[in-house]
Design a protein. Structure first.
Length: 123
C-alpha cells in the first residue's frame, strides 16, 4: 500500500469521526464522559491494569456508537421512509451501544468505588 493511501485513509477516518461527532448528540456526551473518566483516573492514579480496562470500555462505547451511527445513516439513506425492517435494524444497532455503555458503567463503578470511598472518608 502506498504511503499516500495510508494518510488518506487516516484522514478519511478522522473526517468520519468528525461527521459523527457533529451529527450525534450521544457521541458528544460519550466524549465528555470519557474525558471525565480519564480525569478521574489521573486524579486517583489508578493502576495500569485499571487503565487498560478503562481504555477498553471507552473504546467499546465509541466503536459501538460509530457502528450504530453508520448503520442508521445507511438505513436512512437507502430507505428514508418508515419501514419496519429498517426500524428493527436501527433498534438492534442501538442496543449494542446500550450494552457497551452499561458495561462501561459497571467497570467504572468497580474501579472507582474504592477510590471514591477512600477519598470521601479522608475528607
Amino acid at each position: 500500500m502506498k504511503r499516500q493511501n495510508i494518510f488518506k485513509s487516516f484522514r478519511n477516518a478522522l473526517q468520519g469521526f468528525k461527521t459523527a461527532f457533529v451529527k450525534e448528540r450521544n457521541l458528544k456526551l460519550q466524549v465528555v464522559s470519557a474525558l471525565l473518566i480519564i480525569s478521574m483516573g489521573l486524579f486517583f492514579e489508578i493502576t495500569s491494569m485499571e487503565w487498560n480496562l478503562i481504555i477498553v470500555v471507552i473504546s467499546l462505547v465509541f466503536v459501538s456508537e460509530l457502528i450504530n451511527t453508520s448503520i442508521e445513516t445507511l438505513c436512512d439513506t437507502l430507505h428514508p421512509d418508515f419501514n419496519i425492517g429498517i426500524k428493527k435494524t436501527k433498534d438492534i444497532a442501538a442496543s449494542s451501544v446500550i450494552f457497551a455503555a452499561l458495561s462501561a458503567i459497571i467497570v467504572g463503578a468497580i474501579i472507582f468505588a474504592p477510590y471514591l470511598k477512600k477519598h470521601l472518608f479522608q475528607l
